[in-house]
Write a protein that binds this ligand. Structure first.
Ligand SMILES: Nc1ccn([C@@H]2O[C@H](COP(=O)(O)OP(=O)(O)OP(=O)(O)O)[C@@H](O)[C@H]2O)c(=O)n1
Ligand SMILES: [Ca+2]
Length: 497
């Protein structure tokens, strides 16, 4: 018994000095780590907001973007939190009743008022950008387009946001901001990775934008846009084809066919059994076709389908000029285009159409895609209607044309081949945000992408805390060892006295 007590008394860790040192040391480490954690804890997130209205030719959509308030220009953090599709047609369709254009936006704007926290309203920038529909209206009747903008402006100013103006985007802006959006959302800009090209198909115009190594902008300066983003220089090729959006391309194809003579148009791009009476005035009411209006045409014509993919493709090709090119290489209509390069994201109507047709998988060989489309076009209209009772008839009737147009534009127009077709991805959203020009437009106008790479802390928060803790423990152990002379002597084999 007494020998055991002796051993206990001689245990060096049980001397008062070491116990006090240990307690003080533990308290010091806990204090140090707590201070480090508290000091560096991310502050409770506060968000800022931005609103962009995309006034397209076929419809207007409102997008709300959100980003952490303290990280305005710190990369890849802006996200779309809400979108609202305005009921009715695009604002350019209200040329004869501009007030209605303003009114049409009210519902989505009220939704935005609900979605953005009240105390942020006054500092939330609100932009409206109009694209090809307003470009065409402006060409046709600039007084009418000014009136539409006036009405839209008055309607938007009634809301508590920071209204930043409504304007028509140039084709270059539309194309290049779409490219910025896609590459920003994919985190390609910040990391200086190979970029993704952008293909946007709207109702009235279409854009192609990509970076190509063999293009420095000198051959066709009007197709060149340069950006310096996060310390990298980009020389972007971009072109917008006015009138080559899905709806205007359909008009041009129809106009081409109706030149054969008034009466009935038997259209291979529409399903067998499809038949509608259409108005010549409506068909030719666009600067894209107005010069082709036949003389002395009757008021209406009968538009019927016979569903033939190859014939449809032939008709569609007739709206492209593949012959004139004063550059080293062209896409079509004498427009310069450098060699295609890299992956491409194809969005808007590219996605709507190919998604409907179940053809978004581009690893399917192009020939198989064409076969499937051929079968789809040949399917009787009655059967199509029965299979898709919930799809808007106007869209439904046009998917055969639209699919054929998309393949023709990509392969004959932009020169994608059976091989490079698989470089295209049909996309709707990237990480929850819609692909389109709106996000890139807002990032640009709010200076949210810095020209130079931002300074970032060398370590993430968790790494920092771990390193501080490990170092603190090491210092403590060293401290204990430095006190060795104070340790009471201990012997390995305590002797029984
Ligand atoms: N589910 C849908 C939705 C739209 N569309 C078609 O897609 C085109 C509209 O594409 P969008 O990108 O919305 O065009 P806008 O932005 O309105 O037009 P633009 O960019 O030319 O101004 C229209 O032809 C419309 O018929 C479709 O086929 N299926
Ligand atoms: Ca568009």
């Amino acid at each position: 018994m007494s020998a055991q007590r002796e051993m206990k008394e001689k245990n060096p860790w049980h001397t008062p000095v070491t116990i006090i040192i240990t307690v003080i040391g533990v308290i010091a480490i806990v204090a140090l780590v707590t201070v480090a954690v508290l000091q560096n804890r991310p502050l409770p997130q506060k968000y800022k907001y931005g609103i962009v209205l995309d006034a397209g030719s076929s419809h207007t959509a409102l997008y709300i973007y959100e980003w952490p308030a303290e990280k305005d220009n710190n990369t890849g953090r802006v996200e779309q939190t809400h979108s609202c599709k305005v009921k009715g047609p695009g604002i350019s369709s209200y040329a004869s009743n501009p007030l209605k254009a303003g009114e049409s936006l009210r519902e989505c704007m009220q939704e935005a008022e609900q979605r953005v926290p009240g105390k942020r309203h006054h500092e939330t920038p609100l932009y409206l950008g109009a694209t090809a529909g307003m470009r065409l209206l402006n060409m046709e009747n600039s007084v009418a387009s000014d009136k539409v903008f006036q009405a839209v402006e008055e309607a938007l100013k009634k809301f508590p946001f920071s209204y930043q103006g409504a304007r028509i985007l140039s084709g270059q802006e539309e194309g290049s901001f779409g490219w910025v959006t896609v590459n920003y959302l994919d985190d390609r800009l910040k990391q200086g990775l190979e970029t993704t090209g952008a293909l946007d198909l709207g109702g009235a115009s279409t854009q192609i934008s990509f970076v190509s190594d063999n293009y420095n902008g000198s051959e066709s300066p009007r197709n060149s846009v340069t950006f310096r983003l996060y310390g990298n220089d980009y020389n972007l090729y971009t072109h917008s084809f006015l009138c080559y959006g899905k709806d205007q391309a359909l008009r041009m194809t129809l106009a081409h066919q109706s030149q054969a003579g008034p009466g009935t148009v038997l259209d291979p791009c529409f399903h067998p059994g499809y038949t509608e009476t259409k108005n010549y005035l409506v068909l030719y009411d666009s600067p894209c076709v107005s010069d082709r209006k036949p003389q002395g045409a009757p008021a209406t014509f009968n538009h019927s389908g016979n569903g033939n993919f190859l014939e449809c493709q032939k008709n569609i090709k007739s709206i492209f000029d593949f012959n004139s090119c004063k550059y080293s290489q062209c896409s079509f209509n004498g427009v310069f285009q450098p060699l295609l390069q890299g992956p491409f994201g194809a969005f808007s109507a590219y996605y709507f159409v190919m998604n409907f047709l179940n053809l978004t998988n581009t690893s399917i060989p192009l020939d198989t895609v064409k076969e499937k489309l051929k079968d789809y076009c040949a399917t009787p209209w009655n059967q199509i209607r029965q299979q898709h009772p919930n799809i808007k008839l106007k869209y439904l009737a046009e998917y055969c044309f639209a699919g054929t147009y998309i393949l023709t534009l990509l392969t004959e127009g932009y020169n994608f081949t059976s091989e490079s077709y698989s470089d295209i991805k049909f996309i709707e959203k990237i990480k929850g945000s819609d692909a389109g020009w709106t996000l890139g437009y807002m990032l640009n106008l709010t200076n949210m992408i810095p020209a130079e790479a931002p300074d970032s802390p060398p370590l993430p928060h968790a790494g920092y805390v771990s390193i501080v803790s490990i170092i603190a423990v090491l210092i403590f152990i060293l401290f204990i060892f430095s006190l060795r002379p104070l340790w009471p002597r201990c012997s390995k084999h305590p002797q029984i006295v």
